[in-house]
Design a protein around this ligand. Sequence first.
Ligand SMILES: Nc1ncnc2c1ncn2[C@@H]1O[C@H](COP(=O)(O)OP(=O)(O)OP(=O)(O)O)[C@@H](O)[C@H]1O
Ligand SMILES: [Mg+2]
Length: 230
Amino acid sequence: MQNLYLKPHGTGGRLITFCGLDGCGKTTMIGRLVAAMEKEQQVFLTKQPTDFVRRSDIFRTYMDSPTHDAYDYRSLSLLAASDRVQHTNKAILPALKEGKTVISDRYFYSCLANLRARGYREDRWIYEIAESLIKPDIAFFLDAPVDVAVARVRSRAAEKDRYIDMELQYRLREEYVAICEACGGVLLSTEESPDETFEKILARVKALFSDTKARTSFGNSLAKDGAANE
Ligand SMILES: Nc1ncnc2c1ncn2[C@@H]1O[C@H](COP(=O)(O)OP(=O)(O)OP(=O)(O)O)[C@@H](O)[C@H]1O
Ligand SMILES: [Mg+2]
């Protein structure tokens, strides 16, 4: 697994991303992180891919149906990659330049994981596109066994009968772990309680803020509090 080269953003802001299987806990942990940060930080919460891709027929076909014969997966991957280039450089980067903390629910790593999990392991273009994107300050990868993650998805009323390609989930989980290792991400299990996982997330975020020259009130107040999950 080759490292994905993403360039430093070189701004006063901070980019924190969350990736992992559906149901691994991204939105839950992001909700807590935003609540903890926004009293003292300007937080820009966003998600990838954007609704532009989520609403497209090709995306919906892949997400909602076992039959994808009408579409080539690389076509969807390129559409999602295009969306991420646009969103990262025209929505995330400007917010970082304003000094904001940007939290992204999924990031470009998800594009790579999905492409590889679908068998396109030798495609080079994904690495070339990555070079025009920016590297997160912390890239969290939340990990749970496939049956646990799928059970969480199925527990949502609207998704209890949703089509889920189980074999794909197993391959995706492996890809996320490998990408995390290759790209210097932070791998956290969400098999433990939400409180325990969040404590680890907040400790990492606190370290990011207190580590840097641009010491912020958020980092300082958390350091003073000493309580990781407040
Ligand atoms: N340690 C944990 N961390 C996060 N969530 C957990 C943990 N333990 C249990 N959960 C539960 O797992 C579920 C995760 O759902 P959530 O919507 O956050 O997942 P997601 O990764 O955003 O899924 P999707 O990709 O489908 O949007 C929640 O109901 C949450 O309470
Ligand atoms: Mg979610």
